[in-house]
Design a protein around this ligand. Structure first.
Ligand code: HEM
Length: 456
């Protein structure tokens, strides 16, 4: 591998443990920061196996093994008990946790609502929200500012408007409070969450169920408010698109409860992931002023309006490369977990039934055999003339039939917002403490650092 160029920015990462963590420390790492549970060999080998809670737990880095699990034989793999326990209260019976025929039907019905053809409907909300956010940020230039909170609020506003055409002033604070309550109390996997099948509730599950009732009632309330808005001929938002969605085979649409669970799923899957992508992109650009200048030049060369957002996207290649590189270094979905149903063989590895498989973008994206200078921030690896990224080495959105259904929307959102922000502001970090990634549900910073913005 080439030596790192002296001008290259290497952002901080958590220390790598020298040897395999003993059981209780491993368990603690899963609960507090999953990024600290892998030793150096994880970033060098094709596969890592350990016995954990009576099962094989395998970390897969080999492309053939990943291909087998996610693309070739996905029906032999289901979501792990811990994922089901943690995500069910927020996503209900929506797409994320559904399986088998139920999943196929839901996916067929939803996918067209998030296809490239419908993105212009959603992209106009992205641009309108960002214009307002920029006006608010413009009033805070040359002051210390918390850009993590600003990106979370903006992503939530975009989610609210692209889903419901509603400004989030009314519902945003309550939604954030509920999601924060959930993150603090119920989102960390404990031992019983991983050992017991989802059909046997743990004590924490009882709290999760009570939370689910409150959360779903809240989503229903927003839906009622949205239903009271006068009908239009053209779809305005994801709510209109999903309400009109029909399974192409049976012609069936969603019931009220099914629609509510899909909306709840999209709020969870869509807003925090995009918020952290934007946060990490801004942090990286603050450490690489030359790169930031290049993004600013590109952003100034196009005018982004609510009507043309998707048309100008192909011209934002450098901005898009920064987003791709930020998702490589800090993948919001740091690990994709599956439980094997029956025995299988993946890339020459025997997979026993009930083993837990981890395909971890965090590890894959920094794997020493797959990437040149894996820890360096170098967006040029994603420019159109760069050599192609190795197969199955870059999976911020997963792969195969369960690949993120919102990937195109998320990429459009992150790219447009970043271009608009960097066009208007020079972004500098103004905080002496190093910013470390912490993975619980998504890859977050360990503290919200302060930044300073200057108008360009
Ligand atoms: C940067 C932003 C995002 C990232 C990094 C991301 C990442 C992912 C990943 C890795 C998966 C696959 C999980 C697996 O195979 O187990 C996934 C699935 C999913 N994502 Fe995203 N996502 C993002 C944004 C969004 C948005 C904006 C939406 C909705 C509007 C969304 C909705 C979903 C749904 C519904 C699934 C489940 C798909 C299925 O199981 O068929 N995501 N996402």
């Amino acid at each position: 591998m080439d030596a790192v160029h002296p001008n290259v920015f290497i952002p901080p990462r958590p220390p790598i443990p020298a040897r395999q963590l003993p059981f209780h420390q491993f368990l603690r790492a899963i609960r507090t920061n999953a990024l600290t549970m892998w030793t150096e060999t994880a970033y060098q080998e094709d596969v890592l196996v350990r016995r954990f809670l009576g099962r094989s737990q395998m970390l897969l880095n080999a492309p053939e093994a990943i291909h087998r699990v996610l693309v070739e034989n996905p029906s032999n793999y289901r979501r792990s008990p811990a994922s089901i326990r943690i995500l069910r209260p927020i996503t209900g019976n929506g797409l994320l946790l559904s399986e088998g025929e139920d999943w196929r039907l839901q996916r067929r019905t939803i996918a067209p609502s998030l296809a490239p053809r419908t993105l212009p409907v959603l992209a106009r909300h992205i641009v309108t929200s960002t214009h307002e956010a920029i006006a608010a940020l413009g009033a805070q230039t040359n002051q210390q500012i918390n850009l993590l909170a600003a990106m979370q609020n903006l992503a939530l506003d975009i989610a609210g408007r692209s889903m419901f055409s509603l400004e989030t002033r009314q519902y945003g604070p309550a939604m954030r409070a509920l999601l924060t309550e959930y993150a603090l109390n119920y989102s960390r996997p404990h031992m019983l969450d991983m050992v017991l099948p989802p059909s046997i509730p743990t004590l924490r599950d009882l709290g999760r169920r009570r939370f689910q009732r409150r959360w779903m009632a809240f989503v229903s309330e927003i839906m009622q408010a949205r239903l009271a808005a006068p009908a239009t001929d053209m779809p305005r938002d994801l709510f209109d698109l999903l309400r009109a969605a029909r399974d192409p085979e049976s012609g069936q649409g969603f019931s009220h409860d099914q629609l509510r669970d899909q909306i709840a799923t999209m709020i969870l899957a869509g807003h925090e992931t995009t918020a952290v992508t934007l946060f990490w992109s801004l942090l990286l650009l603050s450490g690489a002023p030359d790169e930031q200048r290049r993004v600013a030049e590109e952003a100034r060369s196009v005018e982004i309006t609510p009507d043309n957002a998707m048309t100008v996207m192909p011209r934002l290649v450098r901005t898009r490369a920064v987003i791709s590189e930020a998702m490589r270094l800090y993948p919001p979905a740091f690990a994709i977990a599956r439980e094997a149903i029956g025995p299988d063989r993946a890339g020459g590895i025997d997979i026993p039934p009930r083993s837990v498989l981890l395909i971890a973008p965090w590890v894959l994206h920094r794997h020493q055999r797959l990437w040149r200078d894996p820890d360096a921030f170098d967006p040029s690896r994603f420019l159109p003339d760069a050599p192609p990224v190795p197969r199955f080495a870059y999976l911020p959105f997963g792969a195969g039939p369960r690949v993120c259904v919102g990937a195109q929307f998320a990429l459009a959102e992150a790219t447009l917002v970043l271009a608009m922000l960097i066009r208007d502001f020079d972004v500098a970090l103004d905080d002496p403490r190093p910013v470390m990634p912490v993975a619980i549900v998504t890859t977050q910073p360990n503290h919200p650092p302060t930044f300073r913005l200057q108008s360009r």
